[in-house]
Design a binder for this molecule. Structure first.
Ligand code: NAP
Length: 672
């Protein structure tokens, strides 16, 4: 039988296994199917390739360029995913599992691409938060900026999600502008390798952006420095070993860890048998135990239910698990595939036995015979722990397979305390329709969890599930779960960037951030800014309008026209009794409307639409007789597509005394 040779992509070349190559076995038959690993991959060459080719090329692109590349890459993979499905069956994964790993990975990349276009500028500098005024006169200000680290992102991934696990880290790193070295887990690296080959064949990313090391990393970790990032996913044991690599500690190399986690699911006191929440709980727990044959870092390991409900719950879960069809994942009827390997099956059974030393087996078998196919199949095992306060294995031992333990609680504080015994988890779910229960659990358990997922009859139809990390939301968890944080939109990108406090004059801040700052130089354009196309407008280009005096008649007319006859605009004596007003004042919305009347250019032109206002503040009341004038300045420009882009205008309304009446950002879409 010919063994598949899993190549690595190192310093621009595909290299076959050599030296101390290892064998990979099919999860479905136990037969050897591939060979992987190189004796001492050339770490120096890899780092050089990434730092001299990939890094500079990525950094030359803007966030929008990188986001567009990620989108193109995701669509490229989308067209080729059947090949990944075909390969992935041998890891034991079913068609449903592929949706999470392969489609989920591609979907994550698409979301990150969209976040890059929507939430990041078309620039190389990301501005983190608003400008801080650091001086009385405003000539010295501060701004946090983020720029990509100059090293390489080393991604060490777990075996269970060979595609999602790679893409969910690759997308934020590339978006940040950092080249990546991917080190997949050996057991499923042939799937990752096929995906990396598709990425490289597409030539969408600049050369040097992605490398792949299948097998050992050699001395790579010993060569990293403070400009590099290690992002690890795997067991707590391996994380502990790798994060204590002396060179990583000596150089304070960023180490993001996503470890194993004893995730909990709490059945609320209101979710008694017969309620929709009870049924939802049974369905979700079954799905969590069987998806990826339980090899999911977020899977429900501990089921925490009211004391009086545990028997009914175990009976319902057992009935539900009876309907699981375990077998060849290529068969349409199969609902649960195999574990990754015989060794993993042995490990899960050993860990389940350890938990069972302090619990009862209520479903399944701790000593099942080997599967006749030779595959690493293992049917679900449900345990019940009568005394979860004194037992500890269920709170500390991760059986990374289709194993979960039920335990009872006396009251909600007890449920939260049991959940928190996991020592820090990726996720806890709560099935309740009672908002007070939800609040109590959130306050008690949030500090121990990266995510808390609530499910009830209201959200069930659209809810994404206990076990699904979402690219928009943080994935990670404190303590036992590793203390890492991935994803979460732009939050995930910032792991690969350095945040720097920039302090200086408004002009310097505006030049660095490509965002106009109050106090920075203003420019006068050759025409009214509304007559200038997106590409022609300069940051800082400003229009100063003539003044318009507000009359009592204006206030009356506006009040009756809009129906806003609030006493502060209509009744001088009543307004005077209000601590904020000197007497009858103009409506804030009147001021905004008059401001628009002062600054717009009415003719058809490049301004296509007003899409909103941000950061609006009314600062000083305006009374009849005050004269209002406007300063309109181009603050920031963000292209949206090939036809138009968003212009953010800084608008300041002042009155004749020079005092600022209102300030806001106006957003318009302008033709390119
Ligand atoms: P693992 O045995 O800890 O391995 C994780 C990764 O570390 C693999 O790529 C492995 O490569 C690599 N590795 C091990 N020793 C290494 C060394 N000395 N130098 C460099 N790399 C080394 O974990 P696993 O069995 O693959 O995955 C299962 C575990 O991952 C479970 O505990 C699960 O909970 C956890 N997990 C967590 C998350 C999360 O997001 N928090 C997600 C998925 C999985 P080799 O395969 O070549 O040894």
């Amino acid at each position: 039988m010919t063994l598949h040779q899993v190549e690595s992509f190192i310093a621009g070349r595909w290299l076959p296994p050599s030296g101390d190559a290892r064998l990979i076995h099919s999860a479905l038959t136990g037969q050897p199917m591939a060979q992987v690993g190189r004796a001492g991959p050339d770490s120096a060459a890899m780092l050089d390739y990434a730092k001299t080719k990939g890094g500079p090329a990525l950094r030359a692109l803007t966030f929008h360029d990188r986001a567009r590349a990620l989108k193109a890459l995701a669509l490229h993979l989308q067209d080729r995913k059947q090949a990944l499905y075909d390969l992935s069956f041998d890891t034991g994964a079913t068609a449903q599992d592929h949706l999470i790993d392969i489609d989920g990975g591609i979907g994550t990349m698409l979301v990150m691409a969209s976040k890059g276009r929507r939430d990041m500028p078309d620039d190389q500098v990301y501005l983190d938060g608003p400008v801080e005024t650091l001086s009385r006169q405003g000539s010295f200000m501060g701004q946090h900026i983020c720029t990509p680290l100059r090293g390489v992102a080393v991604h060490i991934n777990a075996f269970n999600f060979p595609v999602w696990g790679m893409l969910e880290k690759l997308a934020p790193a590339i978006l940040a502008g950092m080249p990546v070295i991917v080190k997949p887990a050996t057991a499923s690296c042939y799937v990752t390798q096929a995906c990396v080959r598709m990425i490289l064949d597409s030539a969408i990313l600049p050369q040097g952006s992605v490398q792949l090391v299948c097998g050992g990393l050699g001395d790579l970790l010993d060569r990293l420095d403070g400009q590099d990032v290690v992002s690890f996913t795997g067991s707590a044991g391996t994380a502990g070993q790798l994060r204590s690599t002396p060179n990583l500690m000596d150089n304070a190399v960023r180490f993001v860890a996503e470890q194993d986690s004893l995730n909990a699911s709490i059945l609320g006191p209101d979710a008694v048998p017969g309620t929709p929440e009870f049924d939802l709980f049974v369905t979700e727990a079954t799905r969590e135990i069987t998806t990826k044959a339980g090899q999911k870092c977020t899977a429900i390991r501990r089921i925490i239910a009211p004391h009086g409900t545990t028997d009914a719950l175990i009976a319902a879960l057992s009935r539900s698990l009876d309907s699981v069809v375990m077998g060849d994942p290529r068969q349409d009827t199969t609902t649960m595939g195999a574990l990754i390997s015989a060794a993993q099956r042995d490990d899960v059974l050993a860990k389940a036995a350890q938990i069972a030393s302090q619990a009862d087996v209520v479903y399944g078998d701790l000593t099942p015979p080997p599967h006749p196919s030779g595959g690493a199949y293992l049917a679900p095992i449900l345990l019940s722990c009568p005394d979860p306060d004194t037992a500890h294995h269920l709170h500390t031992v991760e059986a990374f397979g289709p194993v979960a333990t039920v335990m009872g609680y006396t009251d909600l504080d007890h449920a939260v305390a049991l959940a928190n015994r996991g020592g820090g988890s990726l996720v806890t779910s709560v099935f309740t329709h009672d908002t007070d229960v939800a609040r109590q659990v959130a306050l008690g358990a949030a500090a121990f969890n990266g995510r808390i997922y609530f499910n009830d009859r209201t959200s069930a139809g659209e809810s994404t599930g206990h076990g699904s990390p979402l690219p928009h939301m943080v994935h990670g968890g404190p303590g036992r779960a590793g203390g890492g944080e991935e994803l979460g939109g732009v939050r995930g990108v910032l792991h690969y960037m350095q945040r720097t406090a920039i302090q200086g004059s408004p002009d310097i801040l505006a030049a660095i951030g490509h965002r106009w700052v109050p106090g920075a130089a203003e420019a006068t354009g050759p025409a009214h800014p509304f007559k200038r196309r997106f590409g022609d407008l300069a940051i800082g280009e400003t229009l100063h309008t003539p003044a318009r005096t507000i009359t009592v008649q204006d206030i009356e007319t506006f009040a009756h026209f809009t129906g806003d006859t609030f006493y502060a605009h209509m009744d001088d004596a009543a307004a005077k009794r209000n601590p904020f007003f000197p007497g009858r004042v103009a409506h804030g919305y009147l001021l905004l409307s008059f401001a628009a009347g002062l600054f717009v250019s009415p003719d058809e032109g490049p301004v296509l639409a007003n899409t909103g206002l941000d950061n609006l503040r009314f600062l000083d009341p305006v009374v009849a007789g005050d004269a209002l004038s406007v300063r309109l300045t181009v603050k920031q420009k963000t292209p949206r597509n090939t036809d138009y882009g968003e212009v953010r205008w800084h608008v300041t309304l002042t009155k004749q005394t020079g005092s600022t009446v209102a300030e806001y950002d106006l957003l318009t879409m302008n033709a390119l």
